[in-house]
Write a protein that binds this ligand. Structure first.
Ligand code: C6P
Length: 392
């Protein structure tokens, strides 16, 4: 076995069909789509096709907007800061609500707004790792709350929040809802006629598209004050020359992800469950969250007595790529936000390991991984018990 990639929540392999579809836009059809000459105009139908695929992929209405940007972090910053800008422009103090299990692209943006004086309410999670709709209902003050931002599917655990209910609660109270849909898209159905969110954000590289391109969905009737000024691209909401090859790639990637949703839900889930069952067979191991309410590709397991960093290193030595948490905070030794939010004890806080599969994961790879995990856990536990005996 050469290498096994089980860190698909960090990023994914670009589907070869996507790469092929992007190619002509680097050296042949490289015109600026805003130019009036043929080099510019010939690109536009392909952008239209990409947009059609994105609209279809999330079942957006023709009247809704999808803004192409650089990534979900940009989309999350755009939505949250837009509400802050509006409060400044309207001389109105607002309250905003988020949860304690957000990706840093949301949580750190809110922490920054707190420094600017914004009142931010942080919703807890329940024992199942879910943001309880009742907590949201209680936290909303219809006179003050302007925006609610909640993660659709958590990147560490894969736990899926009841977003449909959030949509109903926000509607009842006249409050806008923003969902970080990065880990939902391509893994579970995302249907904007079902879920009444006003804004959702996503990144192409999580569903076998290229890195550095993402989308911001805006429901009709909702507005955005731009984060980036300086051009009329994207209806004036996001200035900057559109990255046409990547937009084309993202459109096709989402279409292919849609076609593979059943496969994710059956075949990827089967392999995930096989790995999870084998992990749970090991003594003193806990998997966070009920597998039936998780994305079908994700496991966050806690291996008691094994330090996450050492385990990660051992897996890597055997060619297996996993992750102790989200890739962008993996260098910090702090506990994963999920462990903190779920009040999982300090003894387990540094022992978490995330395994995230994709439609490219094979059964042979899972069998090999199971074998390596068993041996590695035994070896690391033997080492730590020998070391602790030396100190007795
Ligand atoms: N999570 C992970 O290892 P960007 O980097 O902007 O494409 O995506 C940011 C982002 C936002 N929200 C969620 C829920 C995410 O999972 C991510 C990316 C990766 O978990 C890399 S930190």
């Amino acid at each position: 076995m050469e290498r096994v990639y089980l860190d698909n929540n960090a990023t994914t392999l670009v589907d070869p069909l996507v790469k092929e579809a992007m190619e002509p836009f680097f050296t042949k059809m490289y015109g600026n789509p805003n130019s009036l000459h043929s080099f510019g105009t010939e690109v536009r139908p392909y952008m239209g096709l990409a947009l059609d695929r994105l609209y279809a992929g999330i079942n957006a209405d023709d009247e809704d907007d999808i803004i192409i940007n650089s990534c979900a972090s940009e989309g999350n910053n755009t939505v949250i800061k837009s509400f802050y800008f509006d409060s400044v422009l309207n001389h109105k103090k607002v309250q905003m609500i988020t949860s304690s299990i957000e990706h840093p692209a949301v949580s750190e943006t809110y922490e920054f707004l707190e420094k600017l004086g914004v009142d931010v309410k942080w919703l807890p999670v329940n024992a199942d790792g879910i943001v309880d709709p009742d907590e949201l209902r209680k936290a909303i003050d219809p006179d003050k709350t302007s925006l609610v931002s909640i993660i659709w599917a958590n990147n560490e655990t894969g736990l899926i929040n009841p977003v449909k209910e959030y949509g109903e609660i926000c509607r009842e109270n006249g409050v806008k809802l923003h969902l970080d849909a990065v880990q939902a898209i391509g893994k579970i159905p995302v249907d904007m006629q079902e879920v009444m969110a006003d804004y959702i954000t996503f990144s192409a590289h999580k569903f076998h598209g290229p890195k550095g391109v993402g989308g911001l969905y805006i429901r009709r009737g909702s507005t955005i004050t731009p984060l980036m000024h300086g051009g009329e691209q994207m209806a004036g909401i996001r200035a900057g020359t559109v990255n046409t090859p990547y937009m084309v790639g993202m459109g096709l990637a989402l279409e292919l992800a849609g076609k593979n949703l059943d496969f994710e839900n059956t075949e990827v889930r089967k392999l995930r469950d096989k790995l999870e069952d084998a992990i749970l067979d090991i003594e003193d191991v806990e998997v966070i969250g009920d597998r039936n309410i998780r994305t079908p590709n994700t496991i966050l397991a806690s291996f008691r007595g094994i330090e996450g960093e050492a385990f990660l290193w051992d897996l890597n030595q055997n060619g297996i790529a996993a992750s102790t948490g989200s890739a962008c905070s993996s260098e910090s030794l702090e506990s994963n936000p999920t462990f903190v939010a779920m009040d999982i004890g300090a003894d387990l806080a540094h022992t978490g390991m995330r395994f995230s599969l994709s439609r490219y994961t094979t059964e042979d790879e899972i069998d090999y991984t199971i074998d390596v995990i068993r041996k590695s856990v035994k070896r690391l536990r033997d080492i730590s018990s020998t070391n602790s005996k030396e100190y007795i």
